[in-house]
Write a protein that binds this ligand. Structure first.
Ligand code: BEZ
Ligand code: FE
Length: 295
């Protein structure tokens, strides 16, 4: 028997015994992570003192969380989101110089391979929802416009569903598109005004929210992945500050700097100039990308 296997497990030395047993781990990072997880988990169990029934409830909750996952449903990410863990991990990974646009959660609805579009294109393919014109400039932290920036945009429709949640109902790649800036750093496109919507809440995470007296809603937003070689990739949203859930996003994704005014425009000439027939919303938001080496 090796020395590190000789300790008998007790309530008092539980962390040391388990950690010592992992001493021959081939991967030092795995060993470090398991040491922290063991320490924190044992601390929680010591404080909570779960009954056998409560411990079994926790096991069954995690079992159901795994069982509902498939190629398009990731309940563990939703769990991480509603616990604030996704936002905390993201905040730690994406520390930036002041002035650079802030990150927020990616969410489970990004799709690779969205069509490349021309500036001004309408990403709404089924003419549903209230029209919205979105525009702005992408700059570096010194204020210079950036050319060749890829803006990958996606949003839910006016009923709160992404195309991938309504296959056969919405056109494929509805409300998605990739735009690339020219030398002036400008971008502009047409879309629909987003609305608040619930995260998928028909599974164990939705039930947990219910038990905690929490709603499952996200305030109205649309998503961006903004990227350019040599710059930190930006994963973010633009939020409507007037949304009823702006102060209680169920996944904690809202940041003050990510709100933009959704200005209603009633002028028919302006509407025609933007390719709309009636009232539309104008949203202006400038992005600032941080260089790769800066934090
Ligand atoms: C989203 O905004 O698409 C989203 C983010 C986190 C959880 C569910 C949805
Ligand atoms: Fe979303």
């Amino acid at each position: 028997m090796q020395e590190h296997e000789s300790g008998y497990f007790t309530e008092e030395n539980s962390v040391e015994v388990v950690t010592a047993r992992n001493r021959n781990a081939g991967n030092p990072r795995l060993q470090e992570v398991m040491e922290v997880i063991t320490r924190k988990l044992h601390e929680a169990v010591r404080e909570i003192e779960p009954t056998e029934e409560e411990w079994m409830q926790a096991i069954m909750f995690l079992t159901r969380t795994g069982q509902i996952c498939d190629d398009t449903r990731q309940e563990f990410i939703l769990l991480s989101d509603i616990l604030g863990v996704s936002m905390l991990a993201d905040a730690i990974r994406s520390r930036r110089p002041s002035g650079a646009t802030e990150n927020t959660v990616l969410g489970p609805f990004h799709v690779d391979g969205a069509p490349e579009r021309e500036m001004g294109d309408n990403i709404c393919l089924d003419q549903k929802g209230e029209p919205m014109f979105v525009h702005g400039v992408v700059r570096d932290t010194d204020g210079n416009p950036l050319e060749g920036v890829r803006l990958d945009v996606w949003e839910a429709n006016d009923e709160g569903f992404y195309d991938v949640q309504q296959q056969g109902i919405q056109p494929e790649f509805n409300l998605r598109g990739v735009f690339t800036t020219g030398a002036d750093g400008r971008y502009w496109f047409r879309a629909v005004k987003p609305k608040f919507y619930p995260i998928p809440d028909d599974g164990p995470v939705g039930q947990l929210l219910g038990h905690l007296g929490r709603h499952p809603y996200r305030p109205a937003h649309f998503h961006y992945l903004v990227s350019l070689d040599g710059y930190q990739k930006l994963t973010t949203h633009i939020f409507d500050p007037d949304d009823r859930y702006i102060h209680s996003d169920c996944v904690f994704g809202v940041k003050e700097s990510l709100m933009a005014e959704f200005k209603p425009v009633d002028d028919p000439a302006e509407a025609a100039r933007h390719g709309f027939t009636g009232r539309f919303f104008d949203v202006e938001y400038d992005f600032v990308l941080a260089r790769m080496e800066t934090t």
